[in-house]
Write a protein that binds this ligand. Structure first.
Ligand SMILES: Nc1nc2c(c(=O)[nH]1)N[C@H]1C(S)=C(S)[C@@H](COP(=O)(O)O)O[C@H]1N2
Ligand SMILES: [Mo]
Length: 208
């Protein structure tokens, strides 16, 4: 069998004839293949969640810094999105269903200062990911805590992960804790090893 991604797509299509294949131009980014699985990918081990000590914070260049407990976080408005995800290791998965707090809630409540232009997502065990604010403003970006209408699995980021589906999935930082607003871009964990500062899969911004 060939490793050509297009061959893989065609094989998946043949294997799932009843599943309508959306041939929307360019839905599968270049160099990606489709999977029906949900691979687990991260560096290090899965942190334990303790609702007594867990908090969610917004800090840095904002007018209103925020701190919420897990119970308070669960009372925020939510949205549900069904969308595709793309890992830089070349798997993509179509029509994944997520639910969480829309990024617009953060913007309206934390009120970034005019000079804020980037965020850094800080996670348990020191994982970080940087994202430009203009990418955060795109559709379906959220602080996700449900996948397929169930709480996230620990492997997939329970209790909370960033969800930025139009960028490579390493930006969707699992086990999210504080989010920092910054004036200048700074490399996060993988970006420090040469991964791209923006990471648009349709432009194949894998490394730089
Ligand atoms: N905290 C943390 N988040 C992370 C990572 C990580 O190593 N640590 N890996 C990223 C990468 S490279 C990918 S592809 C996705 C994988 O998410 P999944 O395991 O839910 O498929 O998580 C991202 N979020
Ligand atoms: Mo990844």
């Amino acid at each position: 069998m060939s490793d050509n991604p297009l061959d893989k797509v065609l094989r998946l299509k043949r294997a799932n004839p009843s599943r309508p294949f959306d041939s929307k131009e360019g839905r599968l980014p270049p160099g990606q293949y489709l999977t029906e699985k949900f691979p687990v990918l991260h560096y290090g081990s899965v942190p334990r969640f303790d609702p007594k000590t867990w908090d969610f914070k917004i800090w840095g260049l904002v007018e209103n810094p925020i701190r919420l407990t897990w119970d308070e976080f669960l009372k925020l408005p939510t949205e549900r999105a069904v969308t595709d995800i793309h890992c830089v290791t070349r798997w993509s998965k179509f029509d994944t269903a997520w639910e969480g707090v829309p990024w617009s809630w953060v913007m309206e409540n934390a009120k970034p200062k005019p000079e804020a232009a980037f965020i850094m997502a800080h996670c348990e065990y020191g994982f970080t990911a940087n994202v430009p604010l203009e990418e955060m403003a795109k559709p379906n970006v959220m602080l996700a805590y449900k996948y397929d209408d169930k709480p996230l699995e620990p492997d997939h980021g329970y209790p909370l992960r960033l969800f930025v589906p139009h960028l490579y999935f390493w930006k969707s930082a699992k086990w999210l804790r504080p989010i920092e607003f910054m004036a200048n871009d700074r490399a996060g964990f993988w970006e420090g090893y040469g991964y791209h500062m923006r990471g648009d899969p349709h432009l194949e911004q894998r490394f730089q």
